[in-house]
Write a protein that binds this ligand. Sequence first.
Ligand SMILES: CC(=O)NCCS(=O)(=O)O
Length: 353
Amino acid sequence: MRQIMPEQSGKVQTVLGLIEPDQLGRTMTHEHLTMTFECSHVPPASGDEGLAAAPIEMKHLHWLQQNPYSHHENLLLNQEIEAVKEELLCYRKAGGGSIVENTTTGITRNLPVLRQLAKETGVHIIAGAGYYVDVTHSDETRKMTVEKLTDIIVNEILHGADGTDIRCGVIGEIGTSWPITESEKKVLRATAHAQTQLGCPVIIHPGRNKAAPGEAIRILQEAGGDISKTVMSHLDRSIYDPRELLEFAKMGSYLEYDLFGTEVLNYQFNLDVDMLSDSQRVQTLAFLIREGYEDRILIAHDIHTKHRLTKYGGHGFSHILKNIVPKMLSRGITQNQVDKILIENPKQWLTFK
Ligand SMILES: CC(=O)NCCS(=O)(=O)O
C-alpha cells in the first residue's frame, strides 16, 4: 500500500531536504564519500605482506592500484573527509551537480558527515537506505522478518536513519553475493515492498557472477518491485558477452557502468573476470545506445577506497566529467546522449513517483 508523504512525490530527497529534480544537474549515480570496506579485505599474495602493511607512497602506487583490497589502510575511506571535501569542490568546478552516496548499513554509513559535506560544498548528496552484503549483516538483521526489514527501510526514507533526522533518498546499494543468501533475499523482498509503498528509486549491488544481476531482478520482480525505477550496478565486472548483456537489458532496469577509472589486470575479487577498461566501458555505452538503450544508461566511479582519490594519485570524482565525456564525444556519442546519461536519466530515476 502506498504511504508516501505528498511532499516527496515528484521531488528528489537529498541529505539537506527535498529539491526539484531540475536542480540535480550532472549526477554520478554510484559513489561513496565516507565508508569502510574491511569486509572485503583480500590477503596479499605471498611476498607482498610488506607492501600491504606499508604507508601509501608514490613508489608503491602501481602495486596498490592493482591490489587495492590487500592494503588495510586503503579500505578506510572514512579517514579522508577533508580530501573528499576538496574533491567535491573540484567536482562542482568541473560542472558536477549531484552525487548518489549509496553507502548502506554494514559499510559504515555516516549521514552527519554527508550532511556536512553537502553544506560545505554545495553538491547535492542523496544517501542510501538498507543493507550491504550478507557478510556485513548482524545476527539481529539475519533474524528479522521481511516486514521488519521493510519498516526499517521505509523509516530511513520517511523519517531518518541511524538515529538522525537525515533522510535517505534512495534504497541501496542493496548488497547481494553469489549465490544470493537467504538473508539477502529477505532484504531484496523488503526493498521491493518499501519501494511499492514509497515510489522511490532502488539500486542493487549484484554478486560477482554473470547470472547475479538477472537473479536479483527476478526476486525484486516477484516481490512487486518497480524494475523500471531500479538500477543494476557494476555491469563493468558482471556481464561482458553482448548477447547476454542485451538479454539482461530486456529486463528493464537501468544499466550502470560505475567503475570508471578502475583499470586493473586482475580483478582481485574474481580472477576469472577480465574487468573492462575505460575505453571498453565507452565502447559498451556506444553499443547500448545503438541498441536503443540510451534512456537506461547511468555512469559513475564508485570510489570506495583511498587510492582512487587524487590525494593518492587516483582519478578522483571529476574523472568522468573531465576525461570520459570527451572520450565519449570522440567515439560518436552525441552531446545530447551524454546529457541524457549524466542529467536526464539520473533525474528520472531519482524522482519519487
Ligand atoms: C563498495 C562496493 O560495493 N564496491 C563494489 C566493488 S566491486 O568490485 O564492483 O564488487
